[in-house]
Design a protein around this ligand. Structure first.
Ligand code: C2E
Ligand code: CA
Ligand code: CA
Length: 277
């Protein structure tokens, strides 16, 4: 396969392909409205570091199979990406996220959705977002955050900064997802009109015991703040890491320490409880 890579095609390698085809067929069915396969959103809270209150939520798509299994994006987003089905899937995710936000309007500040490189490259992406916003009159568009990864920049043939500028003109906010894991993090910061930096969990896990990670986090927080961006630390699992982030001045955090992603009704319950306390 070039370089030192040797690829051997065996019976085993056909399994993932078949799995992919099955996943693709199911995404197609779900988008066509088949009630036996659905693509519900689960929600993970983003917590204000100082107060511990829920500031917003990230919407994460799941697949509910006809057998009642819940699949994570790992099992179907890649296939949807390859076939282009990610485009209608992404529209479904945005519409559904906006519906939920309207329902939780007085209890939830914002909702963020993940946007794949393929979606961002679509000529119709900006008009699609505008159309969804038009269907939600009265909703402040800044309460919708679009999460973009650095790979979108690398993979894209369109002018990403121009596209993001068009999105910002609609009033939505932009977050740089998995920040620090790509090859061009500083290029991103220099050229892209983002509002939020989401610091990847590889910098966050074990932060309390790792002086190098702590130094990197402090520097990124400073850099983001200087550029007028907010920072969310992802993948916070340990109390000690949360405390270290708080001490470093990180404004918001997300991770299993506070909550795993929850199905809509459970997230609703969590919002009600946190609102009462
Ligand atoms: P992501 O955007 O980086 O989302 C965060 C992932 O980390 C989620 O996995 C979440 O469940 C997981 N996570 C959250 N807190 C913790 C923690 O404390 N520890 C650990 N170990 N993990 C944590 P999930 O839901 O399986 O999603 C995986 C990826 O799939 C997402 O990564 C995102 O890139 C993609 N994805 C999810 N929903 C969508 C979608 O609607 N559209 C697109 N295009 N991609 C999506
Ligand atoms: Ca994300
Ligand atoms: Ca992330």
């Amino acid at each position: 396969a070039g370089g030192n890579r040797l690829q051997v095609f065996t019976e085993q390698l056909r399994v993932p392909v078949q799995e992919k085809l099955a996943a693709e067929a199911r995404v197609r069915r779900a988008l066509a409205g088949d009630p036996r396969v659905t693509l519900p959103l689960w929600f993970q809270p983003v917590v204000t570091t100082g107060t511990g209150r829920i500031a917003g939520a990230e919407a994460l798509v799941r697949m509910r199979t006809p057998e009642g299994e819940i699949l994570t994006p790992y099992h179907f987003v890649g296939a949807a990406e390859e076939t282009g089905l990610i485009v209608p899937l992404g529209e479904h995710v945005l519409r559904s996220a906006v519906d939920h936000l309207r329902h939780w309007s007085d209890r939830l500040g914002y909702v963020s959705v993940n946007v794949s490189p393929r979606q961002l490259a679509e000529p119709d992406f900006v008009p699609m977002v505008a159309g969804v916003l038009a269907g939600a009159p009265g909703l402040d568009p800044s309460r919708i955050v679009l999460e973009i990864t650095e790979t979108a920049l690398l993979a894209s043939t369109v002018d990403v900064s121009e596209r993001l500028a068009s999105l910002k003109r609609l009033g939505v906010r932009i977050a740089l997802d998995d920040f620090g894991t790509g090859y061009s993090s500083l290029t991103w910061l220099k050229s892209l009109p983002a509002d939020i930096v989401k610091l990847d969990r590889s910098f966050v896990a074990g932060l309390a015991e790792d002086q190098r990670k702590a130094s990197i986090i402090s520097a990124v927080l400073w850099l983001a703040r200087s550029l007028g961006m907010s920072t969310i630390a992802e993948g916070v699992e340990e109390l000690s890491d949360w405390e270290a982030l708080k001490a470093a001045g990180c404004p918001a955090v997300q991770g299993y320490l506070f909550s795993k992603p929850l199905p809509g009704p459970e997230f609703d319950r969590m919002l009600r409880e946190s609102h009462e306390s």
